[in-house]
Design a protein around this ligand. Sequence first.
Ligand SMILES: Nc1ncnc2c1ncn2[C@@H]1O[C@H](COP(=O)(O)OP(=O)(O)OP(=O)(O)O)[C@@H](O)[C@H]1O
Ligand SMILES: [Mg+2]
Length: 468
Amino acid sequence: MSEVLIVDDDHNFRETLRELLSGAGYQTRIATNAEQGITLLQAATPDLTLCDWKMPGGGGELFLESLQSEGLLTTMPVIILTAHGTGPNAMQAMQLGAYDFITKPLDIDLALATVARAVRHMELQREVELLRHQRFADRSIEDINVSEEGLKPQLIGRSPAWIEVFKNIGRVAATDVGVLLLGESGTGKDVVARAIHQNSARGRRPFIILNCAALPPELLESELFGHERGAFTGAVAQKRGKFEAADGGTIFLDEIGELPLSLQPKLLRVLQEHTFERVGGTASIHSDVRVIAATNRPLENEVEQKTFRADLFYRLNAFTVRLPPLRERPSDILPLAEYFLARYAQRNQAAATGLSADAIVTLQNYSFPGNVRELEHLIERAAVKAGGRAITAEQIQDELAKERSVAPGIFDTQAASEMPFHDAVARWERHLIQQALTASHGNKSDAARKLGIHRRLLYEKLAQFEML
Ligand SMILES: Nc1ncnc2c1ncn2[C@@H]1O[C@H](COP(=O)(O)OP(=O)(O)OP(=O)(O)O)[C@@H](O)[C@H]1O
Ligand SMILES: [Mg+2]
């Protein structure tokens, strides 16, 4: 019979959990604080521990740290429980080596399934003697706290789907493997990449972003790897590439699916051997960089069509984090809206004071094809209109209607003829681009295809219209 240790200061909760677990055939032991739990563990190791995150005199954090330093986490999974179901806690717990994270009040089926999974996992673990999380033990807790602080203002979300993302960030930040971020436009790939970097052992080294779709292949190669003087026309001086600049840190390669086949072997080599040459150069340069890649369409298809190398795909894809679209996690809409509003108010004096109840309902009923970015822009525009009062449902609806309708003045030939020619053309272009982006859920390559223009032209236009 498997044995579970319950560490929680709340008597009623402890007893409920004990009954639930006994009913499901587990043996239980009880500790009322972290210290007592640690003492019990030293006498005999159970198969699993469930530990509350917040307890007087040191909670889950203290518990995990002690187990970590004694090397116990590799042989016994810990599931953290908390009523404070905030993402940063989940992320920190996972980073400290917790096996999973459950929020109170308990969802009984989910809790039992998690416990069963953890026990099975531990059995397997013992069989293969897999020592996971080992390298993490080398890291000092001070590093983690500092970067946790840095992260707090950036990532908001409390839906179960987003808590999963926090957990994955924590898991992967504790390792040094490649990460592939998958998610529609505006779901937070950039911010999540940054969070992984900040919370990793590389957190104080450079974080460098490069969008593979935004540059033609020749320029992209020189951006990534640098060039020697005279390597091509216009190369008047030697230039260091992003891989050199990011040494010791992380490179975020956005829209990795657009990396030309011709450059893929070179990237693969950096990932495998940490060496490369500058364009036009012969000397091998060494650089130790972690790569986080992102894409908003399934790379597997590209691999199948042989436009993306399978070996590179597997290398980049050591760990995948999926960012769910906002419409699949409506409970994140309100906390995000409030966060954007507060941030806007910090920068602007006469900003809105809050959201009216019907404004909240309107937001929650909307599907946000542009995801979090669309919500952010919507809130900022409505906040201007609300000027010192709460944002109303009408103001939200007005802004949404504007998004959906044709660009103002475009079909109004009178208005257009009174506009300078270039302004009228630009408005029209902007409108077509917006429509194509909405129709393709923000996928820029798809949008370019729909518009029948080259991807790079689309990027130029997006930059010109400040739509990036
Ligand atoms: N969970 C979140 N908490 C707070 N802000 C967020 C969150 N997710 C996204 N944002 C904000 O939404 C905007 C869009 O996010 P981001 O740029 O990371 O999306 P993306 O997935 O990289 O989009 P694209 O595919 O278009 O590059 C940013 O301003 C970002 O700060
Ligand atoms: Mg992005």
